[in-house]
Write a protein that binds this ligand. Structure first.
Ligand SMILES: Nc1ncnc2c1ncn2[C@@H]1O[C@H](COP(=O)(O)OP(=O)(O)OP(=O)(O)O)[C@@H](O)[C@H]1O
Ligand SMILES: [Mg+2]
Length: 272
């Protein structure tokens, strides 16, 4: 199995998780040989929209289809079901230049189909093993990512705007994660968005124990792409926000993630 690195975005609603995640995908997918999987774990499929990808099929569609077959007594069960799900998830994968996208869809409805859910989680886990970097964009907390997508993540990225409320939510998520050991991770840090100047960053640093990975300013280009309903993949390479995200990626993964992939990157992987 490849040494896959899994990163998940968390934070208060509307602070810029999806925008930062989409810029990370754009940056990492620029063709340096690394395989990138973007997972849109937001029911509103915000990441797919930010990447300009219409979603045809979600993991939830697959789940519902299987549950309907089980209820009609049409599911073969066992290995056969697992193989079929594997195929369906692969089919739901939207492949683009330099990256692939998987949309999770809506949260589970009432009723316990734990076996189906854990089967799908295993399939997502196996699929992720074929990629170098997996970027997960979700709702506010880590719990739903944990429950619906992935048992463990390597890097937890807490995004916040400069509001006390946003920072408060990031601090609370960090406390819950630390106290409850809700998720295994190797690093956790804060990305500040829509920052006005350095004094705001320094002020916030004094109010959090979290490492600040970096910050983005309020960006008219993000605003205008959003205004026109255009994907963030349209951001020019010279964009200061993209440069800020490059710094954040280096901070998280170590410098060099943007440089070409060596054969060692894919050592031991079945498809290489
Ligand atoms: N740096 C920025 N400059 C200007 N506008 C921004 C910036 N970052 C995000 N926005 C805008 O703020 C809004 C919310 O951003 P985004 O959807 O990325 O947040 P989110 O945290 O993913 O929200 P949700 O919790 O609803 O998923 C969007 O309209 C986006 O275009
Ligand atoms: Mg979002």
């Amino acid at each position: 199995m490849a040494d896959t690195k899994i990163l998940a975005m968390c934070g208060k609603g509307g602070v810029g998780k999806t925008s930062v995640c989409a810029l990370m995908v754009k940056l990492l997918a620029k063709g340096n040989g690394r395989k990138i999987l973007a997972i849109d774990a937001d029911p509103a499929v915000g990441l797919a929209t930010a990447l300009g990808i219409p979603v045809r099929k979600t993991v939830d569609d697959i789940r519902k289809g299987l549950i309907a077959r089980i209820q009609k007594g049409e599911s073969p069960g066992g290995q056969e079901t697992s193989k079929l799900l594997d195929y369906e998830v692969f089919e739901a994968l939207e492949e683009r230049e330099g990256f692939a996208l998987l949309a999770i869809g809506r949260p589970e409805d009432e009723g316990c189909f734990c076996k189906v859910n854990s089967l799908l989680k295993d399939i997502i886990g196996d699929l992720s093993g074929n990629f170098d970097i997996v970027l997960i964009d979700g709702e506010a907390g880590i719990e739903q990512i944990n429950r619906r997508v992935m048992k463990t993540v390597d890097h937890l990225v807490l995004v916040s705007d400069t509001s006390a409320k946003g920072i408060g939510v990031a601090n609370t998520i960090a406390d819950v994660v630390n106290e409850k050991k809700a998720v295994d991770f190797t690093s956790m840090g804060l990305v500040l968005n829509r920052v006005r100047d350095l004094s705001e960053v320094n002020d916030i640093k004094a109010r959090t124990r979290l490492e600040v990975y970096g910050w983005l300013t309020d960006d008219d280009l993000i605003r205008s792409l959003d205004f026109r309903g255009e994907p963030l993949t349209g951001m020019p390479q010279t964009s200061p926000s993209l440069a800020a995200v490059a710094g954040i990626v280096d901070r998280i993964f170590g410098a060099g993630m943007n440089s070409p992939c060596t054969p060692a990157c894919h050592a031991g992987r079945e498809d290489t």
